[in-house]
Write a protein that binds this ligand. Structure first.
Ligand code: 9D3
Length: 240
């Protein structure tokens, strides 16, 4: 699949995608990525991408025109590959991102001929008219304040890429992700058997795989009830 990010800070994406599962997936050819800087689509000597808000108030806004030109350039580039853009704007006012939406966006890109175009705001935001004209969907990472849309865009990319067929090794895939069955993951232990006086639960050393599976399921339920009781209503209806 293909991702395109519109960002004033393209280097932020390399700093994350160059490592771990996302790097390996790129090397395996599972996705492509290109960052587009709206500053490259300005025509004034100062290469302005922001201006002051009508009505006054603090801070600056991103100009509509450089973003519109950037989107046109992306659209043209995508058309040569028979792809059309699905434009996601990252914003504090968007729907909170969920595992379900991650999977739906992956499927939108894989089977419906879309590239995911990730529009990352900076400053106080973007001229509303650009959003009205060009954005398909608005997503948030949650109710806390970040400095821009890049980290949320990278979070979405990471979440989607690890769900691409072939991205994970067998061992990684075999590990049920938290949220895939609607419950939190059970606790995990590795060597040594005793660390600072704390022992590994006996059942995990028993070799009794049925007993181990039962313990893990019970611990998942116990942790979910204690830490995220809001997840339990949905979890009981989902198969493990
Ligand atoms: C003063 C009003 N603020 C809106 C809540 C202004 C404002 C804060 C933060 C405007 C832009 C931003 C930058 N944040 C994002 O671009 C962003 C974000 C976030 O801050 N939190 C959670 N998810 C996201 S997605 C994009």
């Amino acid at each position: 699949m293909r991702f395109d990010a519109i960002t004033l800070f393209p280097e932020m994406f390399d700093a994350v995608l160059d490592y771990g599962i996302t790097r390996r997936a790129l090397d395996r050819g599972l996705y492509r990525f290109r960052a587009w800087n709206p500053r490259d689509f300005t025509d004034d000597p100062h290469r302005s991408v922001d201006d002051r808000p009508y009505g006054g108030g603090p801070g600056m806004l991103m100009l509509a025109e450089p973003l519109d030109r950037t989107l046109n350039a992306i659209q043209q580039d995508l058309a040569s590959e028979d792809l059309s853009p699905w434009v996601v704007h990252f914003s504090p006012r968007g729907h909170p991102l969920t595992h379900q939406r991650v999977m739906e966006l992956r499927d939108t890109a894989l089977s419906r001929g879309h590239a995911l175009v990730l529009l990352c705001g900076r400053y106080e935001g973007i001229d509303e008219r650009l959003l009205q004209r060009r954005v398909d969907e608005e997503l948030s990472l949650g109710d806390f304040v970040l400095s821009g849309g890049e980290l949320p865009a990278l979070a979405l990319m990471d979440a989607i890429i690890r769900q691409l067929p072939g991205a994970l090794n067998d061992a990684e895939s075999a590990t049920q992700d938290s949220f895939s069955n609607g419950l939190l993951d059970c606790p995990h232990y590795t060597r040594p058997e005793v660390w600072q006086g704390m022992a590994v639960p006996e059942v995990l050393k028993s070799g009794n795989h049925a007993a181990i599976a039962k313990w893990r399921r019970e611990e998942s339920l116990r942790l979910t009830a204690a830490l995220r009781p809001d997840l339990l209503g949905q979890a009981q209806r989902k198969p493990d």
